[in-house]
Design a protein around this ligand. Structure first.
Ligand code: HEC
Ligand code: HEC
Ligand code: HEC
Ligand code: HEC
Ligand code: HEC
Length: 285
């Protein structure tokens, strides 16, 4: 019987199989790249805002604190965008005729909010909360980058699941004293710039009970101060007893690198372990 397929078709079949494989892989890689591309994640894009508001001018230039405008960031899930009133506090006097500020004056006159375009926007099925991150020692800059140097706001990181998990698997790398949350230039402790921390409550009841400083404690730390107050509380009879504070040096711990500080803060702030923090229910409820 005559062969339907000659010998060469064997090679052809093999070749087309390989080709299909290559195409499938290439397609996969392309889709994966696309999925991570700035075009999808919106990373780095500066949307056309109704007013070209500059964080650089208002934060770095004028020295305004983030909380002046994002008042909810320590107390709620959402940081919040300031109402027009916040701008009018100053712009009723400054740059009153500038065309750039026309939408601000319009909004103030009509009572209609300025229609800011969202830069960061997680899908609705993801649970995210500012309050816990900020109060457990994650600074704005760890997630949003150097906002103080941004003439126009953009998204510094992908905000993809992988990015969240990367920190949740090892938060110690990013933990800082809660007093440094708004410090855009914070770089962690080093030999040149050590950080000293102490806990005012044994074991650190909340993150706010841990206090850290970048200037060497002189011995008049919170512990010492507290001891002196409590010895005074004993009344006039205890005045000949030497103040307890002098005998008790403040229990500051000195840190010269981020990992040691991170481990200390992980324990003090009662940060959950990486397994708990990367379990699906943490972010998908
Ligand atoms: C004078 C008021 C003001 C101050 C101070 C301020 N912001 Fe903003 N911020 C705004 C306004 C208005 C917007 C919305 C317009 C925009 O996106 O540029 C905004 C937007 C943002 C966004 C993006 C919101 C979105 O749509 O996703 C982030 C992140 C942000 N600010 C962080 C900060 C940080 C961090 C600081 C402190 C370093 C800070 N801001 C200080 C007024 C302020
Ligand atoms: C604490 C006072 C203060 C507040 C609050 C404030 N501004 Fe300003 N703003 C200024 C000053 C001062 C300048 C001029 C800055 C310069 O030229 O360096 C300015 C400049 C501007 C400009 C001109 C472009 C630029 O950045 O130089 C725009 C637009 C602007 N502000 C928008 C806003 C909006 C929108 C808000 C509210 C979210 C706001 N400002 C809140 C003080 C303020
Ligand atoms: C752990 C990461 C992280 C930290 C720390 C963080 N943010 Fe955000 N921020 C986000 C994410 C994610 C979104 C988008 C939330 C959404 O879409 O629901 C966001 C959104 C915002 C917005 C837009 C309004 C809103 O609440 O959705 C502002 C303003 C903002 N952040 C300001 C700040 C400021 C100021 C700080 C520091 C005090 C800060 N953020 C710290 C991750 C962070
Ligand atoms: C730079 C580090 C960092 C990044 C990035 C980060 N987180 Fe977190 N996250 C933390 C820390 C630290 C905690 C506090 C853990 C604790 O208290 O046990 C936390 C806690 C949480 C919690 C628990 C809140 C609660 O009330 O139980 C959720 C949910 C969460 N993060 C969601 C996210 C999501 C979603 C993203 C990405 C959009 C994200 N996180 C990015 C560090 C981070
Ligand atoms: C730390 C927070 C966090 C944890 C933990 C987490 N996710 Fe996600 N997940 C996200 C975020 C943020 C997105 C949205 C990503 C985006 O917009 O690109 C997401 C998106 C998804 C999606 C949508 C498809 C996609 O990839 O875009 C699926 C499915 C998903 N997660 C499954 C899981 C499963 C299963 C687990 C547990 C093994 C898990 N997630 C744990 C934050 C988290």
């Amino acid at each position: 019987m005559a062969q339907v397929f000659d010998r060469s078709s064997n090679a052809l079949a093999r070749f087309s199989l390989v080709l299909t494989g290559v195409i499938v892989i290439a397609l996969g890689v392309t889709l994966d790249q696309l999925q991570r591309s700035p075009w999808v994640t919106r990373q780095g894009q500066r949307p056309d805002q109704p007013v070209p508001f500059s964080h650089k001018h208002h934060v770095e230039g004028l020295g305004l604190q983030c909380q002046y405008c994002h008042t909810q960031v320590e107390k709620a899930a959402y940081a919040g965008i300031p109402p027009t009133k916040t701008c009018i506090n100053c712009h009723a006097q400054i740059w009153t005729n500038a065309d750039l500020l026309e939408p601000v004056r319009q909004s103030w006159a009509t009572g209609a909010s300025i229609q800011w375009i969202r830069v960061h926007d997680l899908p609705d099925y993801v649970y995210f909360n500012h309050e816990i991150h900020v109060n457990k020692g994650i600074g704005c800059a760890s997630c949003h980058g150097r906002v103080d140097e941004m003439p126009l706001m953009y998204q510094q990181n992908t905000l993809q699941m992988e990015w969240c998990l990367n920190c949740h698997r090892n938060p110690a790398v990013n933990l800082r004293p809660t007093s440094e949350i708004y410090n855009m230039a914070w770089a962690g402790p080093s030999n040149d710039k050590p950080v000293w921390c102490t806990s005012t409550v044994k074991g650190g009841a909340t993150a706010q009970d841990v206090s850290c400083t970048t200037t060497e404690p002189s011995g008049k730390g919170p512990d010492v101060a507290m001891m002196q107050i409590s010895s005074e509380a004993h009344g006039p009879t205890s005045s000949d007893v030497p103040p307890l504070g002098i005998a008790m040096p403040a229990s500051y711990v000195k840190f010269t690198n981020q990992m040691d500080l991170g481990k200390y803060l992980t324990a003090q702030y009662h940060i959950r372990n990486p397994e708990q923090l990367s379990s699906c229910e943490t972010c998908h409820r």
